[in-house]
Design a protein around this ligand. Structure first.
Ligand code: PMP
Length: 507
C-alpha cells in the first residue's frame, strides 16, 4: 500500500491519509479483509505521529471502510460498499452460448470440423482434410527468391498495401487466368485471404436473412456454413456424373428466386466431378434467363491428371454473371492464405471496402513472394510436379479400394482434384465407423457435412489422397477397410444402425 502525503499542504495530514486509503479501497486494489499496517508502523513509514494515523483510521472506520478486531489488527471491511467494488464470490460462470447470434449458434459442426482438420502425424493418418503434401511445397524456391525480395524490397514488404492487393500480383494473376482462358484485367482481380474470404464477402455484401442460395449437393462444407452464417437458406441440387441436375435447378429457380448459385464445376469438392461443357453452356443460359448470379469456385482445375481442360464458367460468361474464386491453397500451400476473385468492377469495389473494414489487406510479404514465384515461371513446373505425384497417390488409393470392393463399397475415379468420394456398404453406421477409425488412428470426412441438410450424406465418405505419403496411404486405408469389414460382421449379428450423430459429439 503506497500512501503519499504533502506536509506543506493546508489539508490536515490525517485527512490526507484517510483520503488516500479510501481511494485505494474504492479502486479495488485492497480487497476485503486486507490487513493494513499497524498504526505505529504506518506512522513510522510516513514520519508522522501515531495519533495522526489513529485519527485517519477512526475516520475510515466511521465510513464503514475499515474494521478493527482484537488480535487481528485493522482490516478492510467486508461491507456492502466494498462488496460492490470487489469481485463477487459466488458469480455464476457466464454461459457464452446464450449470447451467440442464432446463425453462429446453429453452426454446430465442431466435432466434425475437428475430424476433418485432424492432420496426420504418427498417431493419425489423415484422409480427412484437403491439404497439399508438405513435402511438395516449393520450399527451396521460396527460400531462394525471398532472400532477394527482403534485400531489395524489405521495407515495402513490411508495410501496408492496397486493400485490392499488390498490383504486380494482380497483373501476374491476370496472366495466369489467361492460361485458364479467362480474360480479365488486373483491376478486375482482387487478392483475398484465401478463396473462403470471397465466399464470406459474398455473404456479407449480398445476403440477408431469408435469402436463398443454391448449392450443388454434396458441396464444400465451409461454403454451406458461410452462407448459413449470413442468414441465407441453403438449398441443394443433386449432382449427376456430369454436374448439377439442371432440371431440378430450374424448378428451384422458379420456386425460390435464389440470390446465387454456388458451384465448383471442375474436380468438385467432395465428388471430383467435372461439369460437362454442354451443362456449362446450359447453366449459363439458365442464369441469363433467370438473372441468377453464379459463384464459380475453382481451387482444383490445375490439379489435372488427364488433360481435361474445359473452359470455366467465367471464361464462357459474356454478360458478367460470374464471380470467380480461386486460390493457391491447393496448388502451392494453404498457410500463406492467398486466394483471389475475378469479378465485375462494381463487385470488386465493394469487396475492397469490406476488406478494408475487416483486415485491411492480405499479408504484404506473401503477395510479393507469390508474385515473384509466378513471374519467375516457377508455377508451371510446380503444377506439373504435383500433378504427377498426386496422380500416383490417387492410383495407389484406387488400387486398395478396388481390392476391397467386395465389402460393398463403390467410388468414383477422379480425373483431377484432391478426393475420392466413396459410398459405404449398406447398413454401416457412420458413427460407429468414425469411432472405430478414431481408435485406429485413421480419419476421413463423413459424407453428411457436405450436404445442407446433414443427414443426407451419411452413407458416403470423402477420402483425401494428397496429404499422406504412399506408406501411410497404404497402412491407413487398409485399416479403414478392416474397420468396415469388422463393422459389417457385427452388423450382420445385430441390425441396429444408429446414424444420428450429426451435430452431436463423435469422440
Ligand atoms: N473452395 C473449395 C471448393 C475448397 O475445397 C476449399 C478448400 N478446402 C476452399 C475453397 C478454400 O480455399 P482457401 O484455403 O483458399 O480459403
Amino acid at each position: 500500500m503506497r500512501i503519499s502525503i504533502d506536509k506543506k499542504s493546508s489539508i490536515p495530514i490525517y485527512v490526507q491519509i484517510k483520503n488516500e486509503i479510501r481511494n485505494i479501497i474504492y479502486s479495488g486494489m485492497l480487497p476485503s479483509n486486507f490487513l493494513l499496517p499497524s498504526e505505529r508502523k504506518l506512522a513510522e513509514e510516513l514520519n508522522v505521529s501515531r495519533s495522526t494515523v489513529i485519527s485517519a483510521y477512526e475516520e475510515l472506520k466511521s465510513l464503514g471502510l475499515l474494521e478493527s478486531h482484537k488480535g487481528k489488527g485493522t482490516i478492510v471491511a467486508n461491507n456492502t460498499k466494498n462488496k460492490q467494488l470487489s469481485i463477487r464470490n459466488h458469480t455464476v460462470p457466464l454461459s457464452w452460448y446464450q449470447f451467440f447470434d442464432s446463425n453462429v449458434s446453429s453452426a454446430n459442426n465442431h466435432d466434425i470440423v475437428d475430424i476433418i482438420n485432424s492432420v496426420g502425424g504418427e498417431k493419425n493418418i489423415s484422409f480427412s482434410a484437403g491439404i497439399a503434401d508438405p513435402i511438395l511445397h516449393p520450399l527451396k524456391d521460396i527460400v531462394k527468391l525471398q532472400k532477394d525480395l527482403w534485400k531489395n524490397c524489405g521495407n515495402d514488404m513490411l508495410a501496408y498495401i492496397s486493400s485490392y492487393g499488390y498490383y504486380p500480383l494482380r497483373e501476374s494473376l491476370s496472366r495466369l487466368l489467361k492460361s485458364r482462358n479467362i480474360s480479365v484485367s488486373p483491376k478486375e482481380i482482387m487478392i483475398l485471404s484465401g478463396s473462403m474470404q470471397g465466399i464470406d464477402f459474398i455473404g456479407r455484401a449480398f445476403l440477408s436473412k431469408g435469402d436463398v442460395v443454391i448449392v450443388e449437393e454434396p458441396t464444400f462444407m465451409s461454403a454451406i456454413e458461410l452462407f448459413k452464417l449470413s442468414g441465407a437458406k441453403v438449398i441443394g441440387v443433386p449432382m449427376e456424373n456430369d454436374g448439377i441436375n439442371l432440371d431440378v435447378l430450374e424448378i428451384l429457380l422458379n420456386k425460390y428466386k435464389p440470390k446465387f448459385l454456388y458451384t465448383v464445376p471442375t474436380f468438385q469438392n467432395p465428388t471430383s466431378i467435372v461439369m460437362s461443357l454442354e451443362k456449362r453452356y446450359k447453366l449459363l443460359n439458365l442464369a441469363y434467363k433467370y438473372q441468377l448470379p453464379i459463384i464459380e469456385d475453382d481451387p482444383y482445375s490445375e490439379i489435372n491428371y488427364e488433360n481435361i481442360y474445359l473452359p470455366s464458367l467465367k471464361a464462357l460468361d459474356t454478360y458478367g454473371y460470374v464471380i470467380y474464386l480461386s486460390t493457391f491453397s491447393k496448388t502451392m500451400f494453404s498457410g500463406m492464405r492467398v486466394g483471389w476473385t475475378a469479378a465485375p468492377a462494381q463487385v470488386i469495389k465493394k469487396f475492397a471496402l469490406l476488406k478494408q473494414m475487416t483486415d485491411l489487406h492480405v499479408n504484404t510479404a506473401s503477395q510479393y513472394i507469390l508474385d515473384k514465384f509466378l513471374r519467375e515461371g516457377l508455377y508451371e513446373n510446380h503444377i506439373k510436379l504435383i500433378c504427377k505425384e498426386y496422380m500416383n497417390k490417387r492410383d495407389l488409393m484406387l488400387k486398395i479400394l478396388e481390392k476391397n470392393k467386395s465389402l460393398g463399397i463403390s467410388f468414383n475415379l477422379p480425373k483431377g482434384g484432391y478426393y475420392i468420394w466413396c459410398k459405404l456398404p449398406e447398413n454401416i453406421s457412420q458413427t460407429q465407423l468414425l469411432l472405430k477409425c478414431s481408435k485406429e488412428g485413421v480419419s476421413y470426412a463423413p459424407g453428411n457435412v457436405f450436404y445442407p441438410e446433414g443427414s443426407d450424406g451419411k452413407s458416403y465418405m470423402r477420402l483425401n489422397y494428397t496429404f499422406e505419403n504412399a506408406k501411410n496411404i497404404s497402412i491407413g486405408l487398409n485399416k479403414l477397410m478392416k474397420a468396415i469389414a469388422e463393422l459389417l460382421q457385427n452388423t450382420n449379428s445385430s441390425t441396429v444402425n444408429q446414424d444420428n450423430y450429426f451435430g452431436k459429439p463423435i469422440i
